[in-house]
Design a protein around this ligand. Sequence first.
Ligand code: AOF
Ligand code: ZN
Length: 325
Amino acid sequence: MTADDARFLARAIDLAERGRGTAHPNPVVGAVVVRDGEVVGEGWHVRPGEGHAEPIALAQAGERARGATVYVSLEPCTHVTPRKPVPCAQTCSAAGVARVVTAALDPNPLVADGRELLAAAGIAFDVAPHDSPEAVRARRQNEAWRTWIATGRPFVTLKCAVTLDGRVAVPGRRWVSGPESRHVVHLLRAASDAVGVGMGTVRRENPRLDARDVPVARQPRRLAFGSGPLPEGSQLELLSGPLAEELAQLAAADVQSLLLEGGPTLAAAFLEQGLVDKLLLFVAPTLAGEGPPLVGPLAAPLDLHALESRQVGGDVLLTAYINEP
Ligand code: AOF
Ligand code: ZN
C-alpha cells in the first residue's frame, strides 16, 4: 500500500457515502478507476437493484480501464443474483483491470473470497492493512450492515447522557445534556433503523423516540423492551420476548441498526447478554451528587476499545466499541 493507494481508497470511501440512506439494506460502496495515476472513472452503489460501484466506475472509464487499478471500499462481489448476472470480480476481469485494491473484505456469506477468482483472471489483489485508517473507516462506514449480515442481529448502539459523576438524571432537571447534544441524538435517530428504550423509561417519561427538527427520509421503528402495558396513546411497539429473539426478528425485518436510549436496567440486560456493540456517552459538565448510574450492576467488569472523544456544545461525546465491526 503506497500513499497513492491510501489516497484513492479514501476517495472510494468518500464516494460510498453518496449512497447513504438509499443503498439500504445494501452496504454503501464506492469505487475509483485509476490509470497511470489519473482517475478515469468513479462510481458508487445508489440503491438495491441498481448497479454496484465497480461496474459504474468501469463503464465511465471505458477503454481506459484496460491495465488500470480499481480501488473499492468493499471487496468486489463474486455472487450472482437474478438482477445482477455478472459478479463485480468478473466485471473487473472482463474490463482488463490489472489490479484491485480494497479497504474491507465482504462478510456476506453469499460472497465468496474474491482472491481466487481475481488471481485466476491474472488480477493483482490487495487488501488495506487491517488497522490502517482506510480499513478502519471502511469497516465503520458499514458497521451496522456488517454486523447484521454476519450475525443476523442488528448492530446495537447504547446511547446515554451522563453527568461528570456518572448519573443519568439530575435532581430537579428535565435534561442532562445540552441542546447541541440533543440535536445530535435526533440525527442519530434519523440514521437508525430502530430506536428502543426499556419499560422503566416508558413509565417514567412516555417518550416518543421519533427524530425531530432534522431531515428524515424515514422515521425509525420505535420500540419498548419489557412487559406491558404501554401507556395510553403510546406509539411505541412493545417487544416482550427474550432480547436475542426479538433482535433476530428485527434483523429479519431489515433492521440493521438499533439505537438504545436507556435506562440502566435495559442497558445492563443488553450488556450482560453481549448484545451491545458500541457505546455513545454524552458527558455533561454537571455533578448530580445523587441519582441512577449509567448501568446497573454487571456480573463482571467490561473493557471497551477504540475510545474517542469530541466536543458537542458544552458536552463531550465519548465513543467506544465493545464489538468493532
Ligand atoms: C460490490 N459492489 O457496489 C456492492 C456490493 O443484492 P445484490 O446482488 O446487489 O448484492 C448485494 C451484496 O453485494 C451486498 O450484501 C454485499 O455483500 C455486496 N455489495 N458489492 O462488489 C457494490 N454494493
Ligand atoms: Zn458487486
